[in-house]
Write a protein that binds this ligand. Sequence first.
Ligand code: HEC
Length: 249
Amino acid sequence: MKNLFPGALAILSVAGFVGFLGVDVAAPVAAAPKAYTAAAPLDVIIEVRDSMFSDLAGLVNAGKMKFKKIRRQALFLAEVSNIISHADSKEWQAYEQKTRAELLNLAKATKAKNAKEVKSLWSKVHEGAKGKPSAKANRGKGTPSYKLVAPLDAIMYITEDLFYAIEEQVEGKEFDKITKHAYLLAEVSNIVRFANEEGGDAWKGYADRAATDFVALAKASAAKDAKQVKSLFAKVETSCDSCHEKFRD
Ligand code: HEC
């Protein structure tokens, strides 16, 4: 009996040490509630957002307007504005709240299939982008929760576009693009966590897992490790599928 005690202590302290290193010793299946804290660097998200604005401009200025596509992109970007509006600077908060409202208006106009109105609302967003704050946007301590502004299906469709583009981008060794998109998708998964209160810990667990794996994918891509990117891509896909099996299908 006497000899067992130091052994048990040693096991405990090894577990403590591993825990200290940040390794999950016994990862719980269900996630504990948590506040909204950033999963990805905000400056990267702002950069990707700007490139997605160019894509939206392309859609709006195309010969024949694809209203549904414009609507999804505008809603997704409104949600990205909502994410950025959680920056710690007042200028960024005000700027993104305005952009978010304009993008939601634009999405509404696509429902009426009013091309003129869509163009005019887009030019408002475009003009507004000139007033983008110059200060660096940082995330502060986080907020107790997060309230989504876009419907989940719009977020999901654009997530799917960005996610499956990675397969081709990795063949083309476009690591910079993959890194940025993966960080954006990490943050999007991070807020999807707050999209379904009734989903409880199971829902949050799937969203958290996707967020964590997207961050790992972004890091593997930053290190130009194609093999690891592919392996993490497959891992994320499992998260998408598991959540769909439980909550969608
Ligand atoms: C936390 C749960 C969850 C995760 C993780 C998740 N989804 Fe979804 N997804 C849903 C739910 C719920 C819906 C149905 C939304 C609706 O119809 O309002 C959905 C809908 C979709 C849709 C819309 C079309 C359809 O078939 O209904 C697509 C596309 C999609 N998801 C892709 C993805 C991809 C790609 C990933 C991973 C990168 C992913 N999702 C991760 C929960 C999730």
